[in-house]
Design a protein around this ligand. Structure first.
Ligand SMILES: C[S@@+](CC[C@H](N)C(=O)[O-])C[C@H]1O[C@@H](n2cnc3c(N)ncnc32)[C@H](O)[C@@H]1O
Length: 256
């Protein structure tokens, strides 16, 4: 058996297959993972092959947006990367006169998201903004998506960010929070193993898996479901449900 199984080719003309960690020299140093132009270029392939349930989470974010969006309000996609959820929400919204605001602090991501947006034929107004979501108040929101982003925010800033989101949501508004989660008990080794198997099944070699893990260590800090739910309640959300989980990745719906 070889170390490197055949890798699925990206089917997207705007992006490439993820080969960032294929070289034995590695492309990023330990703990140095950033969402730069190299990551933006391979991002659709990288996230699809690394995050179990990613496609479902994107699609269902559009469905949830359809349920919770209200006329004359804003929908936010915080840490929007290439705008996959921004566009899913655009096609899910049934309410009138809504505006979707996608925000990311990676200029490379926002630039690339603009190319995808230009190809999209949805009619709901979309604005893309390069900004730090921890310093960007939101207002008149009916839906906020925060998918696989909180895990990259410093732990001491997470509560303040969720409070800022709760403050900007209208009563009955919804936050979609998707995260890599960790576990307190003996479920952890099993979930780690299943996640590894998922990556291997998607064509990542042992070298790629090891180098990516080293690059993202101390950059992506997962927390338990209990910690997430307690903090969401503390931030001002009245109801939190887990609507989806695939291995060690879960998505929550928090209602103000
Ligand atoms: C894993 S990606 C998110 C994926 C995206 N939400 C999706 O569902 O396709 C994390 C994104 O969060 C962005 N990010 C991290 N910290 C941020 C911050 N403080 N402000 C804005 N964006 C941030 C990164 O640039 C990156 O594009």
């Amino acid at each position: 058996m070889t170390d490197k199984p055949s890798r699925p080719k990206s089917s997207d003309s705007l992006s490439s297959a993820d080969d960032l960690f294929a070289d034995s020299a590695g492309q990023q140093l330990a703990g140095q993972f950033t969402f730069d132009s190299a990551v933006a270029r391979v991002f659709p392939d990288m996230i699809k092959r690394s995050v179990p349930g990613y496609a479902e989470t994107v699609a269902m974010s559009g469905v949830i947006a359809g349920e919770y969006a209200r006329d004359n309000t804003h929908l936010y996609d915080l840490g929007c990367s290439l705008g996959a959820v921004t566009l899913a929400m655009r096609h899910g919204v049934k309410a009138q006169n809504c505006k979707i605001i996608g925000i990311d602090n990676s200029a490379a991501m926002i630039e690339q998201a603009g190319h995808y947006l230009a190809l999209d034929e949805g009619s709901v107004e979309v604005e893309l903004e390069c900004a730090d979501i921890t310093a960007r108040p939101i207002e008149n929101a009916s839906v906020v998506a925060l998918n696989y982003v909180l895990q990259f925010i410093a732990q001491e800033q997470r509560l303040a960010l969720l409070q800022q989101i709760a403050a900007g949501l209208n009563e009955g508004g919804a936050l979609i929070l998707s995260e890599k989660i960790c576990f307190n008990d003996d479920e952890q080794p099993l979930q780690d193993k299943l996640h590894l198997d998922f990556k291997r099944a998607n064509g990542y070699s042992e070298l790629e898996i090891a180098q990516k893990r080293s690059a993202i260590e101390n950059v992506l800090i997962p927390e338990t479901e209990e910690a997430h739910i307690a903090r969401l309640k503390q931030a001002g959300f009245s109801r939190v449900i887990r609507w989806y989980q695939c291995f060690n990745f879960a998505s929550y719906l928090a209602i103000k």
